[in-house]
Design a protein around this ligand. Structure first.
Ligand code: SF4
Length: 308
């Protein structure tokens, strides 16, 4: 967070508590803007998934199910069929708001990620236990409870945690957050007696791979970040004051109209007025509606994926 831009925003006490567990994605959300974190993780207003999240979930689901298949049967054709079948379900779930251009983006980006996957590794050579796909990780550090799920872990030669990304590889200064997330998982597994030797980020569309050994100071830093961030959350809750971080994150923030740092004269978050305003923003619903033409863009169905 850029300190000079932060704006302290007072919220009303609505009796909400912090989530019992902290996940790596919650830490990132808090770091990005702690007021947005308050709206979503404390006050309980859920932002609907946007197109990038939907594409990410689709590709993760496809890869998870693909790697459950016997190694010798992990062909491109099987992966393509999985993408098409899962993609059709995703489109059906979201057809009330997906526009024609969204469908093109969804189709192109998910196919590009899958093509990138095949360029990066030969899945018929990958040995993986089913329990190491979407494996839950729980641990307690200084009374802070960590909970999250790994994309995958492999144990051939070195125990390696892998996290898939459906975005391009970011500039080096932005890699820190992603690496810290996987280091935190490695620290959590170490607490459970399993030593992870390496962490890996795979940026699928750019065919980019980042690997780092799990050295002690990196694990310690990740744990320290978990603990200090949770302490900051506790303090914000107690003081009923959360730091807004006006900037790039606002462009895609569902709470902007209820955010005092961005919208002047908006009611104090947590008051009945603010809650009523949020209700009009419809942020709790994940499925959005397109009242004028609910079938707009659906002529693209069925979901077709370009040849891999
Ligand atoms: S609009 Fe910007 S400052 Fe306000 S909550 Fe959202 S991300 Fe934070």
């Amino acid at each position: 967070m850029s300190e000079e831009k932060l704006v302290a925003v007072q919220v009303a006490d609505i009796g909400n508590q912090l989530p019992k567990h902290v996940s790596p994605s919650q830490l990132s959300s808090f770091d990005r803007c702690s007021l947005a974190y308050w709206f979503s993780s404390v006050a309980g207003w859920r932002e609907p998934s946007g197109l990038p999240q939907i594409i990410g979930t689709l590709v993760h689901d496809v890869l998870e199910n693909f790697l459950k298949i016997k190694a010798e049967n992990r062909t491109k054709e099987v992966a393509w069929n999985l993408l098409r079948d899962t993609g059709e379900v995703v489109i059906e779930h979201n057809k009330s708001w997906l526009k024609e251009e969204d469908l093109i983006t969804l189709k192109d980006k998910s196919a590009e990620s899958l093509k990138g996957y095949f360029d990066l590794e030969d899945p018929t050579q990958l040995k993986i236990d089913l329990e190491d796909l979407e494996r839950p990780v729980t641990a307690i550090f200084e009374s802070v409870k960590l909970y999250g799920r790994l994309d995958r872990m492999t144990r051939e030669g070195v125990v390696r945690i892998t996290d898939y990304k459906t975005s391009k590889r970011p500039a080096p200064q932005y890699l820190t957050d992603s690496l810290r997330q996987v280091m935190l998982y490695a620290a959590g597994l170490k607490e459970n007696g399993l030593d992870v030797g390496e962490v890996e980020l795979i940026y699928l569309p750019g065919r980019d791979r980042v690997r780092r050994p799990t050295y002690k100071s990196a694990l310690d830093r990740a744990v320290q970040h978990l603990v200090t961030t949770r302490r900051k959350m506790d303090s914000s809750l107690e003081k009923e004051t959360w730091m807004a971080n006006p900037g790039n994150a606002c462009k895609s923030c569902a709470f902007i109209k209820a955010c005092p740092a961005k919208t002047p004269k908006t009611p104090m978050p947590g008051t009945a007025e603010s809650e009523s305003l949020l209700a009009t923003l419809n942020v709790e619903k994940r499925v959005r509606s397109n009242a004028s033409n609910p079938n707009a863009g659906m002529e693209m169905l069925p979901f077709e994926v370009p040849e891999l």
